[in-house]
Design a protein around this ligand. Sequence first.
Ligand SMILES: Cc1ncc(COP(=O)(O)O)c(C=O)c1O
Length: 412
Amino acid sequence: MTTQDLHVNALRNQDADVADWLQREDQRQTTTLTLIASENHCSAAVRETGSSRLTDKYAEGYPSRRYYGGCEVADEIEELARARAKELFGAEAANVQPHSGTTANLSALMALAGPQGRIVGMSLKDGGHLSHGHPKSHTGMLFDPAQYGVNDDGLIDMDHVRKICKEHQPHVLIAGGSAYAREIDYQAFAEIAREVGAYLLADIAHPAGMIAGKVLPSPVGVADVVTMTTHKTLRGPRGGMILASAEIAKKINSSVFPGSQGGPIMQQVAGKAVAFGEALQPSFREYQLQVQANAAHLAAHLQSAGLKIVSGGTDNHIVLVDLQGTDVTGADVEERALAAGLAVNKNAVPNDPRPPMVTSGLRLGTPAVTTRGFGKAEIEIVADVVIGLVRGEDPARYRAIVQDLCAAHPLP
Ligand SMILES: Cc1ncc(COP(=O)(O)O)c(C=O)c1O
């Protein structure tokens, strides 16, 4: 019997409802193809850290400077996670404590801009993230934000970025997004940041794994601070991380703790250490190359059937389908896809006339299916299913095809 079985049995004996729901979620993931660009399936080794006794441990502070006793093991784990993160990204300093990407951004922005500081980021409707200054996010309330967008080709308009920065004079310029499928020119962003005397923050939450695998250019050493999540293409546990130069690291550390968090979630930190160890293996680069090839193939196949792809293609793991001009919405296709066994998400496209819960777009991503071992042949089948669903075919038609793919490609 494995440790995992023991845990599951303990839960079942004590709380059958929650045990049932966990089993249902396991079953849902097993029998669903995840095409949500921000999700992945981490390894069994990473998952195991999540149910370890580290769950019980308080470790406020940083290694060797804790506010609690009994942190010897926590210290070693956090040191290892930091060392592996630095090696993986070639960074001078790493903070592995942020509970999430949003906390990482909030901490970094508070460290660099200060309360009421001016920030410039990409707007949510053009592919940016809420935590880049959206009015409903605390980053839009605690700071003074201005936002840039994409041009008619769906590409970041660097002239617009420069114009907004000249007008707004930000303390921090943010490069990065949640629904942007193209390579980001960090050098061009750094130039603009220098021109206006701003710090450059690169948020690589989405492409972190591809950057670690050296499939996409890295902002480390170009941007002043790099924030990310650890659970998307990086394929680790749910969480955040901040990379910085040695000079800025002290400010960042005190902005994470005690600035915006209490104790780190040590079982997550252990999971990050394991995931970074996996990402340092040569096979991780192979995986990232396949993620990228699969996304390019998916985009090309959808395009050949007449679907419109924002920016005309992809450089990373994201394919943003523009449904304007068809008679379906993003919400329609999300619902149909689920009935067929595909998890996708509706997403606003640039100049989207529809509200956020409806949208005219569909964001697809290849990290999770590539983890299941998908290559070109499987991606073509998935693309055909998406095309059929957009055209209004009955989702039930595709359920068996999707189930066969799931059965042939088990979860890690
Ligand atoms: C670019 C970007 N930054 C930050 C985040 C926030 O991450 P979290 O959901 O862990 O707060 C996301 C999440 O999707 C993201 O895409």
